[in-house]
Write a protein that binds this ligand. Structure first.
Ligand code: IMP
Length: 433
């Protein structure tokens, strides 16, 4: 029995929430390992939509252990709101096993303020962050000035760290950005309250995960964002501030890579991107708007419109390499229904006439000037949402899937034909290796 790491192969919003929710059925433990409430995982269960930002998507299943690992940055207010909302719908019974790493870094109010102030200053060069304080929280972690979840339970040391940090942050906020200062006492009181409520959930989650692995329990690692938002392997600087690739499932939870792990890459049947940065297959025509409408491509976190374009296999192949992906889960295939001719980007042509097939150029100027090389296939008009086996799909849909599989050079393990749990074709269960 394998443990499964789920990661995005594009710029996030690939539909990881639905796939993680499905795979959670076969898992005992579901763990987040990076990112924070910049993520928004949308799930539709029995016709009811739930959007989760921090709590692993497995929470909607009974009897599962859900873990927020050390690599996540936690906004405690958002986490508590999420717990409250689930509780009010009866989805968070008192015996729910949710564990939060004591080593996860906290998002503080000054992180949000700095995130927004910096974006405001960047003018045309905006990254288009979610404004949730993610970047500044990870900056403090790496600068060794961050405050961790575990710090909430030692009032003296928490106050000391907070006061010291705010000396510097307030200087920046007031003198550089011309903003109001943040009052340390107000933050102390607010966060002290969060600490009291979070205490029952906080522990050394590495020990829990290790214990469950030793017991032969199956772990599902839930990645957030996507490969091309990775701080090292993405389209830097138009990225998020964490490693979104599969390798971070280990350092972001406190487990080692030895063992039985498999990596599923989630890939939308087309491409979207929120925020700024080059996007070779972007469609600014009617088809782009049509995909945006049909796919409801609006950010689950910020409500922003997502930019839409054709499926880009250069992005996907790059992701397969850097995350060691062994199977592709293709999502939102139904969104392409009714488009007469569908294009797949099979390579890039650089401004210097070179052909690129596998690796997204690191130089963004080069990337921005790349032209997509397309292959065109005939579309389909039939409703595919009722298909539960590949054989039930129209011929042109199967052709599209075959081309993707051939170009990815790894198998498709799942195809999603609608938002609901059952609107899915499962080709291989990754928990069974
Ligand atoms: P940050 O993570 O808020 O710092 O934003 C950095 C970049 O990552 C921006 O372009 C965001 O739009 C993008 N981003 C962050 N989280 C997500 C996500 O869950 N889905 C899609 N894009 C995201």
């Amino acid at each position: 029995m394998a443990n499964v790491i789920v990661v995005g192969t594009q710029w996030g919003d690939e539909g990881k929430g639905k796939v993680v929710d499905l795979y959670a059925e076969n898992a005992d433990v579901i763990s987040r390992f990076q990112g924070g409430n910049n993520a928004g995982h949308t799930l539709v269960v029995k016709g009811v939509q739930t959007i989760l930002h921090l709590i692993p998507s497995g929470i909607l299943h009974d009897q599962k252990i859900c873990v927020i690992g050390n690599g996540v940055v936690v906004d405690p207010q958002v986490l508590l709101d999420e717990i409250d909302k689930l509780t009010s719908r009866g989805l968070f019974p008192p015996n729910t096993s949710l564990y939060v790493s004591e080593k996860a870094h906290l998002i503080m109010p000054y992180h949000r303020r700095l995130d927004l102030a910096r974006e405001g200053r960047r003018g045309g060069g905006k990254i288009g962050t979610t404004g949730r304080g993610i970047g500044p929280a990870y900056e403090d972690k790496v600068a060794r000035t961050g405050i961790r979840v575990g710090d909430l339970f030692d009032s003296d040391s928490f106050r000391e760290k907070l006061v010291r940090n705010l000396e510097e942050k307030n200087f920046l906020l007031t003198n550089y950005f011309g903003e109001e200062r943040v009052d340390p006492e107000a933050v102390f009181t607010e966060y002290h309250g969060y600490g009291e409520r979070l205490l029952p959930f906080v522990t050394d989650t590495s020990v829990i995960l290790h214990r469950e692995l030793r017991r032969g329990r199956k772990i599902l690692f839930e990645g957030a964002q996507g490969c091309h938002l990775d701080i090292d392997h993405g389209t830097y600087p138009y990225v998020t501030s964490s490693n979104t690739v599969a390798a971070n499932a280990f350092s972001g939870t406190g487990l080692g890579p030895a063992g039985n792990f498999t990596v599923v890459g989630i890939c939308k049947a087309y491409t979207t991107r929120v925020g700024s940065g080059p996007f070779v297959t972007e469609l600014s025509c009617e088809i782009g708007r049509r995909i945006q409408d049909a796919g409801q491509e609006f950010g689950a976190t910020t409500g922003r419109k997502r930019r839409c374009g054709w499926l880009d296999m250069v992005l996907v192949r790059h992701a397969i390499r850097v995350s060691g992906i062994t199977g592709i889960a293709l999502t939102k295939l139904d969104v392409l229904t009714g488009i007469e001719k569908i294009k797949i980007c099979v390579g890039y042509q650089t401004a210097r006439g070179e052909r690129i097939n596998f690796a997204v150029p690191a130089n963004l100027q080069v990337l921005a000037n790349c032209e997509p090389v397309y292959e065109e296939i005939d579309g389909w008009t039939e409703d595919i949402s009722q298909a539960r086996r590949i054989e039930e799909l129209p011929k042109n849909v199967r052709k599209y899937l075959e081309r993707i599989e051939t170009m990815a050079d790894i198998p498709l393990v799942l195809v999603s034909v609608g938002a609901a749990r059952n609107e899915t074709i499962v080709l291989k269960n990754p928990f069974i290796s």
